[in-house]
Ligand binder design. Structure first.
Ligand SMILES: Cc1cc2nc3c(=O)[nH]c(=O)nc-3n(C[C@H](O)[C@H](O)[C@H](O)COP(=O)(O)OP(=O)(O)OC[C@H]3O[C@@H](n4cnc5c(N)ncnc54)[C@H](O)[C@@H]3O)c2cc1C
Length: 337
């Protein structure tokens, strides 16, 4: 499928829920376009925990995050969905075409996509990493500054400085210490960590072996480099008021993500709280005709935001959207052959 032609269903967000919706839609011979603000598919799973194991997705006793979303993509994209990456949804309007009423989704990148229905699977909304408050920090992206660890191999034999006090910072300190150049420096602005105590105990044990150095209460103040590559960072101990410059090829700041529904919240959809679109869970309909929502972004009393729940809602949303387009009764169609 190519070009900007009218499709049956636009799916907004290529996380596990959006990919599941694409599968169910394709299985029912509906045409699909997926619009995703990130340059990759896989949603939160690929963006924030690709190398962590997940244990609670049905049929997968234990699976790496990236592996799960790769399988979701294999399954969801097999019917040829048109995937548009790097496009953040901005406005939603209703337009008439040849007597049909269509939904027109326009992105911040200036493209307009027409469809008969829309399924919003936007998770927590467009999200971006929380950044260090250092002027010009963005210039270091792609030159040694990382907001996520996608592949452990990227950091092999590198001098790594990890910033953060939560589970991600501790997990990756432990996860990289056997392949990165020792010691990995773990910098946190407080003495107390929010991470699991057992992880912190392990980091302290590794510190005794010289593989890890825990630096608190410390903050990264400056980045230094040449030839377009990061070479060192200046770290301040905010209690002792001392600074130290350490060699650093990879500065990994794991300070969490900030997310916001952004423009979606201004479309006039009834919301559930501040961060979710209100749906009827029996149909996944929102307050707007022909607009459905599923997954983390969809809210109702008692909602549990889990991958499995999002996948179930994806099936409900896609089947209801198709029934609405075709004027049929909603009924499941088994995939077995
Ligand atoms: C650290 C961590 C561990 C977790 N562990 C588990 C677990 O073990 N088991 C489990 O079931 N769940 C777990 N979860 C929760 C799980 O990741 C989510 O429930 C799941 O990712 C929701 O999928 P989704 O497709 O609904 O949303 P998301 O995965 O958030 O995907 C939404 C996508 O929509 C895109 N998007 C948002 N706004 C726009 C826009 N305006 N325009 C275009 N694209 C947009 C986003 O970029 C994103 O790619 C965990 C979450 C975290 C953070």
């Amino acid at each position: 499928m190519s070009g900007n032609g009218v499709v049956d269903i636009t799916i907004l967000g290529a996380g596990p829920t959006g990919l599941a919706a694409a599968y169910y839609a394709g299985h029912r011979n509906a045409t699909v376009r997926i619009v995703e603000s990130l340059e990759q598919i896989g949603g939160q799973v690929a963006a924030t925990y690709p190398e962590k194991h997940i244990y609670d997705v049905a049929g997968h006793p234990k699976i790496l995050g990236q592996k799960l979303v790769d399988l979701c993509a294999d399954q969801g994209l097999q019917y040829g969905a048109d995937v548009r990456l790097g496009e953040e949804a901005a406005t939603l309007e209703r337009v008439g075409q040849n007597g049909d009423e269509l939904l027109a989704l326009t992105t911040h990148q200036g493209n307009t996509y027409l469809s008969r229905t829309l399924i919003v699977t936007a998770g927590h909304g467009a999200f971006e990493p929380r950044k260090l408050g250092i002027e010009g920090i963005d210039e270091w992206e792609g030159k040694g500054l990382h907001y996520v660890v996608r592949e452990k191999e990227t950091f092999r034999a590198k001098q790594c400085v990890i910033v953060g006090g939560g589970d991600s910072a501790l997990d990756w300190t432990l996860g990289l210490q056997d392949t990165a150049q020792p010691p990995i420096r773990l910098v946190h602005r407080r003495d107390r960590f929010r991470a699991l105590e057992s992880s912190l105990d392990e980091a302290r044990r590794l510190e005794e072996e010289g593989r890890v150095r825990i630096m608190t209460p410390c903050e990264v103040r400056e980045l230094h480099g040449g030839n377009g590559r990061l070479e060192a960072v200046t770290i301040e101990n905010t209690q002792a008021k001392t600074t130290e410059q350490v060699g650093c090829d990879a500065l990994i700041t794991l300070l969490g993500f900030v997310s916001h529904l952004g423009a979606i919240a201004d479309w006039g959809l009834e919301l559930e709280g501040k961060r979710q679109i209100k749906i009827d869970p029996t149909t996944c309909r929102t307050s707007m005709p022909r607009v459905y929502a599923a997954g983390d972004v969809a809210g109702y009393p008692g909602k549990i935001t889990l991958i499995t729940v999002g996948m179930g809602e994806a099936a409900i949303a896609a089947n209801n959207a198709i029934a609405e387009i075709r004027g049929e009764k909603v009924q499941p169609k088994y995939s077995t052959d």
